[in-house]
Design a protein around this ligand. Structure first.
Ligand code: NAD
Ligand code: TYD
Length: 381
């Protein structure tokens, strides 16, 4: 069957938040590519995220663990895989603080298992690495944390400004591609380690790799343990909004579809062995995001705007809480012409609307173990 397709691409973690947007984009945009989604379906992976494309003829789902080298090797051979977009990972910082082993296992050993499977498969072919690509999706958190200084810095270069009113920077320093890695959390340490392995496979064996480091994503299908979907759901149900510390930490937010668009562009046109930062020059203090979420959710629910401000509850801060993330993505704009497609206000409006319209999805993914996690995680704060 593979012969009829122009390319056979394995996307790992395709049932998760970002992965499902990447799978959807590739399946719809490239009917001549066979997209093989490999996902273990952990608590964070949901096939409901892909209902709209699951019957497409160019899509195949395989439930498998990336740490299982033999299965990865067999899948690559069986499907004549020539491109890998690797998103499968444990992704939540708070969980990594409680259970670092799982993060080292999946993120480090899983990535290594996938790299080794690709290496042995591709090196056995007559053409070797020609026409192949191993694209590893990473995070800006590997660069560590920036300080809060005067709200100034690089002007956003994008024609679509992140926001019409809100200023976009909370400091003069930004993460650039050449910055030294300084991860602080077990999550970011595991991602940093996996990035090093990917680059080592290029430098040692000549594997055509690419790494990208993206800022915080938001949008539909994000698991509601992360700030934005968790808070939208809590506002709807008038549950307390657990803001860590004073809520002054800054994150740089990008709409998930814009990340998927960047991944498509870089997969096809990015330079082998290179690194690209992806971000929208869109920094927000957590507390300001929370206020936007309350106003938007209240308005869309027909409540008085701001009626639910009293739900804000300051709780014990996260251990080792990174103060500020801020991505300089000018290289990606300069070299490949990428820009975000929408403003933050539009993205947040779409996102809140999506969660309000998809309560079934939320109820479905938060049933079972998640309830226990939530109680344990927040009862101690
Ligand atoms: P997610 O937690 O929503 O999804 C992860 C997916 O990986 C799930 O479908 C899960 O079932 C799958 N998975 C986990 N362990 C697996 C294993 N051993 N084998 C196979 N599948 C497994 O994560 P996300 O937010 O979509 O993030 C995807 C990737 O993007 C991650 O590598 C993450 O580090 C990176 N990233 C995320 C963000 C963000 O803001 N969410 C930002 C930058 C980079
Ligand atoms: P999160 O969505 O977990 O992403 P990350 O830690 O990878 O940036 O958190 C975003 C920010 O929101 C982060 O500074 C921690 C904060 N936060 C809260 O204040 N309360 C919460 O319940 C959660 C989940 C996060």
């Amino acid at each position: 069957m593979e012969q009829q397709f122009k390319r056979n691409i394995m996307i790992t973690g395709g049932a998760g938040f970002i992965g499902s947007h990447v799978v959807r984009l590739f399946v719809n945009k490239y009917p001549d590519y066979h997209i093989i989604n490999v996902d273990k379906l952990t608590y964070a992976g949901n096939l409901a995220n892909l209902k709209d494309i699951e019957n497409q003829p160019n899509y195949t789902f395989v439930k498998a663990d990336i740490c299982d080298f033999d299965t990865m090797r067999q899948l690559m051979e069986q499907h004549h895989i020539d491109g890998i977009i690797h998103l499968a990972a444990e992704s939540h910082v708070d969980r990594s603080i409680r259970d670092p082993f799982t993060f080292a296992h999946t993120n480090v050993m899983g990535t290594l298992s996938l790299l080794q499977a690709a290496k042995t498969t591709w090196e056995a072919l007559p053409e070797g690495y020609e026409g192949k690509r191993f694209y590893h999706i990473s995070t800006d958190e590997v660069y560590g944390a920036l300080e809060l200084t005067d709200p100034e810095g690089i002007e956003s270069p994008f024609t679509t400004k992140a926001s019409s009113e809100h200023h976009h920077a909370y400091g003069s320093k930004f993460f650039t591609e050449d910055l030294k890695y300084q991860p602080h959390s077990p999550y970011s340490a595991s991602k940093a380690s996996s990035d090093h392995f990917v680059r080592a496979f290029h430098d040692t064996y000549g594997m055509p790799t690419i790494v990208t480091n993206c800022s915080n994503n938001y949008g539909p299908y994000q698991f509601p343990e992360k700030l934005i979907p968790l808070f939208i759901n809590n506002i709807r149900h008038r549950k307390p909004l657990p803001v860590y510390g004073e809520g002054l930490n800054v994150r740089d937010w990008l709409y998930v579809v814009d990340h998927a668009r960047a991944i498509d562009l870089i997969f096809h046109e990015g330079k082998v062995a290179d690194t690209y930062n992806i971000g929208g020059f869109n920094e927000w203090k957590n507390i300001d995001i929370v206020k936007v979420l309350i106003n938007t959710t209240d308005r869309l629910l027909g409540r008085a705007e701001g009626e639910d401000m009293n739900l804000i509850t300051h709780v014990t801060d996260r251990k080792g809480h990174d103060m500020r993330y801020a991505i300089d993505s000018r290289k990606l704009q300069r070299e490949l012409g990428w820009e975000p497609s929408l403003q933050f206000e539009e993205g947040i409006e779409k996102t809140v609307r999506w969660y309000l319209d998809n309560q079934d999805w939320l109820d479905n993914v938060t049933s079972g173990n998640y309830q226990r996690y939530y109680e344990e995680m927040y009862s101690k704060r």
